[in-house]
Design a protein around this ligand. Structure first.
Ligand code: NAY
Length: 292
């Protein structure tokens, strides 16, 4: 499989003001991020509002994205849904659309038994030749270390997107499963910590809006400029805290993208959009932060 490392935005999905998929916005956002040099894309995950979309819309977003990317960077498609059957449908579709890997949160909402979670991943991984990246995220109920070890042994499971905050488990997985088990750190606020723990890449929401900061961080880290990496991370944390302070994170990221020159549209309800005035006020806050 294609090596997938580096800075990977969990891509936003642009909608228009009537909540329809906004193809033009999606293409513009991807074009901008590729111009900024990001190393890959992660589609229709939590940041991509995948759970707020119908199966058909998710497929359509993947097709548009694959067309726009045109093989320039690897693409991971999040296929997670509440039933194996729905996820399988998206898995087959991702393979046909030419994705480089699939990824999934564990089945959520109900408290599924460990054996059901393992069977879910086994079936998805067996349904395709695409590599599977397990997605451990608190929103879906974190899986314990022992469950992760079992999942890592399944054929075709090549790695994990790891959004827990106990990063020693990243280090531990590298020794227990093997150095080539791919690990993607998923908490943007802890990107540097994740990389230091041994992660191969970082996948996150804020990389849609400030990709350059994280590209710089990644180069500083890989080139061994430790102090510089720490300084960049300090700035990044301040910006992320500011982003989180408004609530409705995806709407914030879409607004920032808009003033970066790629109109990434609006969020889908129940998430709320900001008015033009609110977006302007936000922009001022961020510019003030940059001056510090
Ligand atoms: C996805 O699937 O879209 C993600 O990668 C989500 C990753 C995000 N975590 C959560 C819990 O939403 O990027 C992070 C997060 O938004 C960021 O660290 C700010 O807290």
């Amino acid at each position: 499989f294609k090596e997938i490392t580096g800075v990977i935005p969990a891509l936003l999905t642009p909608f228009d003001k009537d909540e329809n998929l906004d193809e033009k916005g999606l293409r513009a956002l991807i074009a901008k991020l590729l111009q900024d040099g990001v190393h890959g894309l992660y589609l229709t995950g939590s940041t991509g509002e995948g759970f707020l979309m119908s199966q058909e819309e998710r497929k359509q977003a993947v097709e548009i994205a694959m067309d726009e990317v045109a093989g320039r960077v690897p693409v991971i498609v999040h296929v997670g849904a509440i039933s194996t059957r729905l996820s399988l449908e998206l898995t087959h579709h991702a393979a046909e659309a030419g994705a480089d890997a699939i990824s999934s949160v564990p089945p959520f909402y109900y408290r599924f038994a460990e054996k059901e979670i393992i069977e879910y991943y086994r079936e998805l991984a067996a349904a395709t030749e695409l590599p599977m990246i397990v997605y451990n995220i608190p929103l879906a109920g974190l899986m314990g270390y022992d469950t992760i070890l079992k999942l890592a042994k399944l054929p075709n499971v090549i790695g994990i997107k790891y959004t827990a905050t106990s990063h020693f488990e990243i280090t531990r997985l590298k020794s227990d499963v093997g150095e080539d088990f791919m690990i993607y750190s998923g908490a943007d606020e802890m990107a540097l910590s994740g990389l230091l723990a041994g992660a191969d890449g970082i996948i996150g929401s804020t990389y849609n809006a400030i990709p350059d900061t994280f590209m710089d961080l990644y180069s500083a880290y890989t080139e061994g400029r430790q102090e510089e990496a720490r300084d960049i991370m300090k700035e990044a944390v301040a910006v992320i805290m500011q982003m989180l302070s408004y609530g409705s994170l995806m709407a914030v990221l879409k607004a920032i993208s808009r003033w970066r020159g790629a109109d990434a549209g609006y969020v889908r309800k129940p998430f709320t959009n900001f008015s033009l005035e609110e977006e302007e006020a936000m922009k001022k806050d961020f510019l003030a932060l940059n001056d510090k």
